[in-house]
Design a protein around this ligand. Structure first.
Ligand code: IVH
Length: 671
């Protein structure tokens, strides 16, 4: 059937338009059209392809998901071997390498780039069309994963230039962001599947799925860092290669820096290591390449790695170590947590010697034992955790970690609640100390940390939260390390904490399932302690955000005579509960309610933590990095990268003065 000219014209227009929209959305992070508009055009395109399958272009967005590879991947050679990199493990080794290059070639300059930690991939383009994607494999040949690579939206199916080279092999890294990695693992866990130990494995595992629709469902990205074979194009310089790849429609490694001397490279290395946690993708170092290709050629390569490039590694975020012992920690709610005591090991710049194993179900699932060798990981602000037990290295004398049948602190009875084991003895000193410490944290009582809380319980000064408010300086002086001055200081802190807003009062009760947020909902609804204590299940259920389980927990708690007597004792001991607002009073509309706020730069009138507390009290959520879902970025003096991110994502930017004005509107005057 002949294809009407008008249809063909519209078809070509649609393919080009959708590819352009994809490029702006995925590569530049700057959407040009709404999702609805995009979907409309895509449907129009699909309709044409259904009627005229003979005109389907290889770079049509519909070609991103193909069929399954039934019997595994085919082997495919690399025209030019994909070598690996030599490592410099610290600044010193990096300097030595740079010095050696400069001694041989005083004119050498460097292109310094981030080394994102993923899995490498080579993309072969012939006359601008993606024809093959090959994993690194052993360096000379890898696996043909073309169908899977096509599902990655940052991989162009056609190079975005009018006259593409006859052939160019583009190399880069397939990555998954830290956040997407965590979400993927949570999803896999919910679906009962195996999780990945780190983002690198998640990226590699997702790329090597026999069913490309699985790869398509994984949030992978491709960042180009170089080229292999090329023909019909010429280059002189590494930075120029990356700029060209930008123009071809790739995301390329950034922020990169052209450096002419050693100190400049070292500064870049330090700066990147310092900022590594602020990037979406895990970075395990930088890569420094001699910029001029003519010098690269003269330096040549060994059989393993080029002599013109080096990886400047950062401190590792993952290390192996051994579990020496296990202890059981009892928290304020009675949950017994197994904690592994490790052979101390430095992970990402911090010495780690204890790590939580979360619960005994997890211990059983991982089959982790005392004596095992394990991988410990600490990426970003994430608390260190064991990601893998190295079963191959298991010594013969390991000891299984069993759940205790009595509370390890008080010897009281324990029960299993879901995945958790709980001590149910109300008078368990571990629970008392945990609760005391928690209360001190919520009420911001300075100087009452873990050790003081433990000592207060151990010396019999505090058995329940109410006892704290009856302490005299003389009592406090009975604790080790306290003298008149320090005891008086702590006493004054406690006195200051007597006046407690209702939401905080509810928080410190430690009702199962009731944290800060729920406590606020309850306080806003009931307004006074008295009304809260007389709540019924049906009234609780009428509050948005309170479900049946929570309602039941609350009623059980407030009806329990022991709990009631502790609350009464708190009031007798001088605690004053401040009602949230008087009834009938209008709540001021807060411009921060429900908003996601990010701060960057220094504010003149407030510290970061004051500003954070204020906007949180007005209903905002403060986050540390900017994403599309951020509602506003408050910008102070010398703003950082978050300011640029805000501009990039089109997030509302609020200058400092305007921020104070918004606070005034919400009833908070800073002057
Ligand atoms: S260049 C011949 N540049 O690191 C030069 N590699 O440990 C080859 N990588 O296999 C590599 N970011 O998968 C280069 N900006 C970057 C990179 C980078 C990450 C990976 C790549 C390579 C591995 C070597």
């Amino acid at each position: 059937m002949a294809v009407p000219k008008e249809v063909l014209r519209r078809y070509n227009e649609l393919v080009d338009l959708l590819n352009k929209y994809d490029y702006y959305y995925y590569v530049l992070d700057r959407p040009l059209v709404s999702d609805a508009e995009y979907d409309r055009l895509k449907r129009e395109l699909e309709e044409i392809e259904k009627n005229y399958p003979e005109i389907i272009r290889p770079d049509s967005p519909t070609q991103r998901v193909g069929g399954k590879v039934a019997e595994g991947f085919r082997e495919a050679p690399h025209r030019i071997p994909m070598l690996s990199l030599e490592n410099a493990m610290n600044e010193n080794e990096l300097r030595q390498w740079l010095r050696k290059i400069k001694d041989q070639f005083p004119d050498a300059e460097f292109c310094a780039e981030p080394k994102f930690d993923g899995t490498s991939l080579e993309l072969v383009y012939e006359n601008g069309i993606l024809v093959r994607a090959i994993t690194r494999g052993d360096g000379t040949k890898g696996e043909d994963v073309t169908a899977n690579a096509k599902t990655i939206r940052t991989i162009p199916l056609r190079l975005r230039v009018d006259s593409p080279p006859v052939r160019i092999d583009v190399r880069g890294e397939v990555l998954i962001s830290r956040r997407d990695f965590e979400e993927l693992n949570e999803r896999l866990l919910r679906e009962g599947g195996r999780t990945f130990a780190n983002p690198r494995n998640a990226a590699a595992g997702s790329l090597r799925q026999l069913d490309p629709s699985i790869t398509a469902s994984r949030p992978l990205t491709f960042i180009a860092w170089g080229v292999g074979y090329y023909e019909g194009i010429s280059f002189e310089d590494q930075c120029q290669i990356l700029d060209t790849l930008d123009n071809f429609g790739f995301k390329t490694s950034r922020p990169r820096k052209r450096c002419s001397d050693i100190e400049e490279v070292v500064r870049y290395y330090r700066e990147m290591e310092e900022k590594r946690d602020s990037f979406d993708y895990e970075m395990d170092g930088i890569v420094v390449k001699v910029a001029q290709l003519s010098i690269q050629e003269r330096l040549g390569a060994t059989s393993h790695h080029p002599r013109w490039a080096i990886a400047g590694k950062f401190k590792p975020v993952e290390r192996t170590t051994r579990i020496k012992d296990v202890v059981y920690q009892v928290g304020r709610t009675g949950i017994i947590t197994p904690v592994a005591i490790l052979e101390p090991v430095e992970v990402g710049g911090v010495v780690v010697s204890r790590v939580s194993l979360h619960n005994f179900d997890q211990v059983r699932q991982m089959d982790v034992r005392v004596g095992d060798w394990v991988y410990v990981r600490r990426a970003g602000d994430v608390i260190p955790e064991i990601t893998t037990v190295i079963k191959e290295r298991r010594p013969p004398d390991t000891k299984p970690i069993e759940p205790p049948d009595r509370c390890p602190v008080c010897g009281g009875p324990v029960v299993k609640e879901g995945a958790y084991l709980k001590c149910i003895n109300m008078a368990c000193p571990a629970k008392q100390a945990g609760q005391l410490e928690y209360m001190a944290k919520v009420l911001e009582i300075e100087g009452l940390g873990e050790s003081t809380a433990n000592a207060m319980v151990k010396h019999g000064l505090v058995k329940d939260p109410a006892d704290l408010f009856a302490l005299t300086p003389r009592d406090i002086m009975k604790l080790p390390g306290y003298a008149v001055r320090s005891a008086t200081k702590l006493y004054e802190q406690i006195q200051r904490a007597r006046r407690i807003p209702l939401d905080k009062f509810i928080t410190v009760l430690s009702i199962p399932g009731v944290g800060k947020e729920t406590a606020r909902l309850l306080a806003e609804h009931f307004k006074t302690l008295d009304r809260f204590l007389n709540a019924t299940e049906s009234e609780l259920l009428s509050i948005r955000g309170i479900g049946p389980q929570l309602a039941k927990n609350i009623v059980t708690f407030i009806r329990n005579p022991q709990n009631r007597s502790v609350i009464e004792k708190m009031l007798r001991n001088g605690v004053e509960v401040l009602p949230v607002e008087k009834e009938g009073e209008e709540v001021k509309e807060s411009p921060f309610a429900g908003k996601r706020v990010v701060f960057t730069g220094e504010l003149e009138k407030l510290t970061r933590s004051q500003a954070k507390k204020i906007v949180e009290s007005l209903g905002a959520k403060v986050t540390s990095s900017v994403s599309r879902s951020t509602d506003m970025v408050v910008v102070g003096k010398n703003p950082g990268r978050k300011y640029r991110d805000a501009q990039r994502y089109g997030v509302r930017i609020v200058p400092e003065e305007e921020f104070y004005e918004m606070l005034r509107q919400a009833g908070v005057d800073i002057s």
